[in-house]
Design a protein around this ligand. Structure first.
Ligand code: SAH
Length: 454
């Protein structure tokens, strides 16, 4: 990956919040990666200030756009004509002046523009976005993924990601539904500019009781945007809940991580539940108890869950109660997983099923090396804690770690742990987090289910 690309950011994955508590950041151990350093954007050269605003690419730099990758890096830009403001929609042209795309400009980002449309005849206005959002909803409806219409009484109901940024043709826009509440996250200057329009369209099309904004992802800093959170439409119910495969989860929309809950792991949590019967389960980076609740419902003998966030663990315990699950089988530890796994090893504790679902250690490829060490460390310890025949569910949500690299890291961890293991399944984000073929960065979540030999 080019140096430029390695600094890319703002893909629609999980935040690299690490041990972020609901109220404060938890100090991270040295073994983890730090948040990305903010890189000052190298601004493209100004063109003719009195010409119509537009982006002109350097000769030969139109190829990635021709392959319909929606990002235009500053290094590919020859000049910017006119005096556009961040968020403005500009035509992008190749060095010969041929039209390539309409894109949202950001003067303060390494990604100078993100593409809204490839068609010159398109007008980027409310009707355009109404159509894009309707398409995103229709795609989920067609797959049976759209929760029953919001707008009923109060919170509760099922959840789904309604809009998944670039992969839904809406770079920088994330919309998650939890029952009657929508949470909107704006990650770049384009959606920032159209904030009210998006809120109006979502209100029209989904009729939620509340649209809450969680524009506080780390990526916004790289885009030169301030963090902003709060109610955009309606009123936030006191309690927000999401029902997932029959399990109820309280969601802290205002203070929780990301948009409050990790919808992407829905199918993978369900799979864990089906394999948990009579097992001693260890769930690392448990957040509000997702995998733990499925394991308890699936008949696990015991479930030890570890997270560095006290707020998340409080909610996890409430979620066990909410579902009438047997709390005596659940043990909770507020700790740094890196240290906690070593302690468990020293105590000679053993488990039949282990889940490792850490935060994003490598937001971009530039962090891959450091992140690889962290992934190897926890996976090596995970392998050592498994009984013969045990299962390891291991994940990476790092955009900077490819499927191949992740598999290599896990292979190295097994080797160093002295175990033989087989991949029995490869896992990804749920289908309401689609991946546009021309935007492979959308495939951020990768998981492996491994069985160690008995
Ligand atoms: N598996 C969860 C999502 C995990 S998100 C689910 O299904 O909902 C990652 C979690 O890792 C967050 O809850 C965060 O608080 C926690 N975390 C980050 N760094 C940590 C560390 N070093 N030790 C323990 N927990 C950590």
């Amino acid at each position: 990956m080019s140096k430029e690309k390695s600094r890319s950011h703002s893909t629609p994955h999980r935040q690299s919040q690490g041990g972020k508590d609901f109220r404060k950041r938890v100090q991270r151990s040295k073994s983890q990666t730090d948040a990305p350093a903010v890189q000052p954007a190298s601004r493209p050269r100004a063109g003719n200030p009195s010409a119509k605003p537009g982006i002109m690419l350097k000769a030969g730099r139109e190829k990635s756009l021709q392959r319909r990758h929606p990002w235009i890096f500053s290094g590919a830009v020859e000049c910017i004509d006119g005096a556009p403001a961040s968020g403005d929609t500009l035509p992008v042209r190749d060095a010969a002046g041929n039209f390539l795309a309409w894109a949202a400009y950001n003067a303060d980002s390494q990604i100078t523009a993100r593409v809204w449309s490839w068609h010159e005849k398109d007008v980027i206005d409310k009707a355009f976005f109404r159509n894009r959002i309707a398409n995103a909803l229709a795609a989920r409806r067609a797959l049976g993924l759209l929760p029953s219409p919001a707008g009923g009484g109060g919170a509760g109901g099922e959840g789904a990601r309604l809009v998944h940024g670039e992969s839904d043709g809406l770079p920088g826009l994330i919309v998650d539904q939890y029952g009657d509440v929508l949470v909107m996250q704006l990650g770049s200057a384009g959606p920032e500019h159209w904030r009210d329009t998006f809120a109006d369209i979502l209100q029209e099309q989904c009729a939620p009781v509340c649209i809450y904004e969680r524009s506080d992802s780390d990526g916004r800093e790289l885009e030169g945007l301030p963090k902003r959170c709060g109610v955009v439409r309606g009123t936030l119910p006191e309690k927000v809940e999401v029902t997932e495969n029959g399990l109820r989860f309280a969601v802290d929309v205002a203070e929780g991580q990301k948009t409050g809950y990790y919808l992407d792991q829905r199918d993978n949590r369900a799979l864990t539940g089906t394999l948990a019967q009579d097992k001693d389960v260890l769930n690392c980076f448990c957040y509000t108890g997702g995998f733990s609740l499925y394991a308890l419902r699936g008949g696990a003998k015991s479930v030890l869950s570890i997270d560095a966030s006290e707020g998340a663990l409080e909610l996890a315990k409430r979620n066990v109660e909410l579902n009438g699950l047997n709390a005596s089988k659940a043990e909770w530890q507020c700790a740094d997983v890196f240290g906690a796994l070593r302690k468990l090893r020293d105590q000679n504790r053993k488990f039949d099923l282990i889940v490792l679902d850490p935060p994003k250690f490598a937001p971009t490829a530039a962090f891959a090396e450091k992140a690889s060490r962290a992934y190897k460390d926890i996976n090596l310890l995970g392998f050592k804690l498994l009984r013969p025949g045990g299962l390891l569910f291991t994940y990476s949500c790092s955009g900077g770690i490819s499927d191949d690299l992740f598999q290599k890291i896990i292979a190295g961890a097994a080797l160093d742990a002295g175990v033989d293991a087989q991949i029995v399944k490869k896992l990804h984000a749920a289908a309401d987090h689609p991946v546009l073929l021309s935007f492979p960065e959308g495939a951020y979540l990768k998981g492996l289910v491994l069985r160690v030999s008995s």
